[in-house]
Design a binder for this molecule. Structure first.
Ligand code: NAD
Length: 447
């Protein structure tokens, strides 16, 4: 099939390359001309494992190309996927749909023959109806159907997620559109129980409900981590003990410094707004948003405490800037809040990230960006591991100890073994790993 993907960001590029790889003829339309030039010169503007190879192979096979000419690539297409950004509006947290509607307005006059319009962007319930209205208004004779096909890829493993998805959700209110969508995904041979055919509004809500649930799960274990610190328990063991219950499951039970990234923060907020507008509040999600906001701000205090109550004039090393490992994405990353708070408290900051430094730099004036982890640790009074890049698990502890001015390590990802760190001579604090003050909490005594 001929497919046009509008927006060549994380979702558009991965979907475009993967759809081409299963045999479709794909054109990715991107309004950022510099990005198109890069892609046409074989440069991939984002870091996503395996994506460069996949794009190169499918360009070579002439199944994938990149352009800024939306009108020219929509006319021939059987399906047009919309994969543009839907960030939070800064004023009120509502999902900003201006890029989606703008794309719909640009697509409308170029439509020829019957075309499927597929929303991959994460959009609030009812957006499909509005896209339909916008297109009909711009082009009364257009023949099209609007389908919701929310994207569930995880940055860092996006290609594997496309090839072997947990589920493909297809929200279509007409049978022809449903059949066409199943033809698009047919080459992946997805088990039928993983193909979820629902109404368009239901599909839109599945995406927000899924992300909000995951955000809630992480927030829950983060609060349990805080409790563990007070009662001398270990959150990694609590999570393990909980997660083996298949009703709970082990994933998303890793305590950390808070939720960042381009999806969870904005999607939880958007669901809260939708639910409030529908007069059916989602109070657990409201709490999740509030707790997470507070947590991100509070995390710097952990470093300050580790430094004896003040970081004024001290130098802090930060390992990891991206919102999670295996991506270069720093949108809403917790590292940004932690670093800004440390700078506000008078600290100098040195930082290293394997892939995220270029994107982080504009957000972090005053930070010294270092070429590797050892350099970020050089002469620091404390070193904080903020993102769980696997390389940080294998730091050479002997060398680390010699380069640091002091031996304090704050491990926000519980990547290192507290006992090993202590034996190696570090003052180590993890997250939710007890021991803060063993005597501070005593259960009610027996009579
Ligand atoms: P992104 O910001 O990386 O990419 C969006 C791209 O669309 C940008 O390059 C932008 O220049 C381009 N664009 C905007 N308007 C355009 C237009 N009219 N014509 C052509 N190009 C246009 O965003 P993303 O991270 O890929 O996310 C896209 C959507 O997918 C969002 O709704 C997001 O919530 C959702 N989503 C993202 C992820 C993720 O992990 N990043 C996962 C699932 C769903």
């Amino acid at each position: 099939m001929k497919i046009t993907v509008v927006g060549a960001g994380y979702v558009g590029l991965v979907s475009g390359a993967c759809l081409a790889n299963i045999g479709h003829e794909v054109t990715c339309v991107e309004r950022d001309a510099a990005r198109v030039t890069m892609l046409n010169n074989g440069i991939v503007p984002i870091y996503e494992p395996g994506l460069g190879r996949l794009i190169a192979a499918n360009r070579a096979a002439e199944r994938l190309d990149f352009t800024s000419d939306l009108a020219g690539s929509v006319g021939d297409a059987d399906a047009v996927f919309i994969a543009v950004g839907t960030p939070s509006r800064t004023t009120d947290g509502v999902a900003d749909l201006s890029h989606v509607y703008q794309a719909a307005r640009e697509i409308a006059p170029a439509l020829r023959g019957h075309t499927l319009i597929v929303t991959k962007s994460t959009v609030p319930v009812g957006t499909g109806d509005e896209i339909e209205r916008v297109i009909s208004k711009c082009n009364a004779s257009a023949r099209f159907a609007v389908v919701s096909n929310p994207e569930f890829l995880r940055e860092g493993s996006a290609i594997a997620d496309f090839r072997k998805p947990d589920r493909v959700v297809i929200g279509a209110d007409d049978e022809g559109a449903r059949r066409m969508m199943s033809a698009i995904y047919a080459p992946l041979r997805i088990e039928s129980r993983r193909m979820v055919y629902v109404s368009r509004r239901t599909a839109e809500l599945i995406k927000y409900a899924s992300n909000s649930f995951l955000a809630m799960k992480v927030t829950f274990i983060n609060e349990i981590a805080d409790l563990c610190e007070k009662v001398d328990a270990d959150v990694t063991d609590v999570a393990h003990g909980m997660g083996l219950d298949h009703r709970i499951g082990e994933s998303f039970l890793m305590a950390g410094p808070g939720i960042g990234g381009s999806c969870f923060p904005k999607d939880t907020l958007a669901l809260v707004k939708t639910a409030q507008d529908a007069d059916s509040p989602v109070r657990l999600v409201e709490m999740t948003v509030a707790i997470n906001d507070q947590r991100k701000r509070a995390m710097a205090k952990k470093v300050i405490r580790a430094c004896g109550g003040s970081v004024r004039g001290k130098t802090i090393g930060i390992l990891g800037l991206t919102f999670k490992p295996d991506t270069d994405d720093v949108r809403e990353a917790v590292s940004l809040s932690i670093i800004r708070a440390l700078q506000d408290a008078g600290a100098r900051v040195r930082a290293y990230d394997p892939e995220g430094m270029e994107h982080a730099r504009p957000h972090l004036p005053g930070v010294v960006f270092c070429p590797d982890a050892m350099s970020a640790a050089s002469d620091v009074d404390a070193l904080a591991i903020v993102t769980a890049w696997s390389a940080f698990r294998d730091l050479d502890l002997a060398q680390l100890k010699t380069v640091m001015a002091d031996t304090r390590i704050v491990d926000f990802q519980n990547m290192l073994d507290p006992e090993v760190m202590r034996l190696a001579g570090f003052t180590y604090s993890g997250l939710g790993r007890g021991e803060a003050d063993r005597s501070s909490y005593v259960v009610q005594a027996a009579e």
